[in-house]
Design a protein around this ligand. Sequence first.
Ligand code: ARG
Length: 461
Amino acid sequence: MSNKMWGGRFSTGPNAIMEEINASIGFDQRLYAQDIAGSKAHATMLAAQGIVGAKDVEKIQKGLDTILSEIEAGRFTFRRDLEDIHMNVEQRLADLIGPSAGRLHTARSRNDQVATDFRLYVRDTIDALDAQLADLMTALAEKALAHAATVMPGFTHLQTAQPVTFGHHLMAYVEMLARDRGRLRDARTRLNESPLGSAALAGTSFPIDRDATAAALGFDRPTANSLDAVSDRDFVLETLAAAAICAIHLSRFAEEVVIWTSPSFGLIKLSDAFTTGSSIMPQKRNPDAAELARGKAGRIVGALTGLLVVMKGLPLAYAKDMQEDKEGAFDAFSALSLVIAATAGMVRDLEPEAARMRAAAGQGYSTATDLADWLVRALGIPFREAHHATGRIVALASERGVPLHRLSLEDMQGVDARITQDVFSVLSVTKSVASRTSYGGTAPVRVRAQARRWLKTLAKP
Ligand code: ARG
């Protein structure tokens, strides 16, 4: 049997493989709520413009409401031979209300319909991710406030660099996530235009009111070019790009959790709630949630790359290739949502091993910069000269096998006779972090102020 919706010129139905490659209902059924909302807005407008009679539109609205409740109650049978969500809904509408159903598709095409549905879906996704990110930022800022003065080693090249505070390190992620939210919000602003009424590609000869449907669906305005409206998938790409960058941030954090929970580092611990055991090694406590957060970044980046490649050679306007825009995006958005939730869980769960952090912070001559800065201040010598003298003091400490603060004053004076006892006041890790009060610096007072500022901002609705 040929297709009832578009099979007028066809005498037989599709080959089974044709049906299989063509169908998107397996994944686009997720768009049911957006599809029905779009149809309802369209139907209301058709009646208001006198394009379809009020009686027919009333039946259409009721039928669409019935379909929505059927789907939500799990009582709807999705049919692959009907290809996609749009035709499944329309066919069911015909079963429910008869020939009036056929009037709904006036002045509309599946091309503007799917573009509208997917924009609405991505918009909802952005709003949900935004709320989740706010929660994660809150978890980070709260933990940061509790550990504003907990000293840990700061790294560059993963080599001990200078002491920092654990709170400062956590707040770095708050800044990254704030930018991620900004990128998602930007994408939302740009995507919030309605393609509905662009029809197949050229617009329509019916006297439709695109402003009305745009407003009914919460869009800021209708899209200005019908060819663009049905061919554009920037809104998915842009949201995926923002999602991918966010996933990269969370992957870096996950990597740090993996490193820091390793017994060789032992800087933080996760409870039983966020670790798993080994089936053979009884002592193991593995940071699987962190590893999966790191791993899932791969598929999120993959979804972005995949869709960029799908789109790169497509002539205007719609081509069926564009049906490939959804699965990767759905997968990436749910992966990111899960990763954000798991990261928030880990942040709330983790506790620093404060004594070990502190000891590690003092290793590797981490206060050498403080010593050089002291020389600059106390002796008025240029930083480069102070750097050189400090290097010689570090070499001496290394020779003696002691940390900087265990060198004798005589040893120090052997490098520069002007050094006084006061130098020891800057060599402890606590003094080091407390001294870094420059704006954005790691000093506990600064970290507390930043954490409080963010918590205040995040508490606002
Ligand atoms: N299922 C299609 C998609 O996801 C809907 C648009 C189909 N349009 C068409 N002319 N075949 O892209």
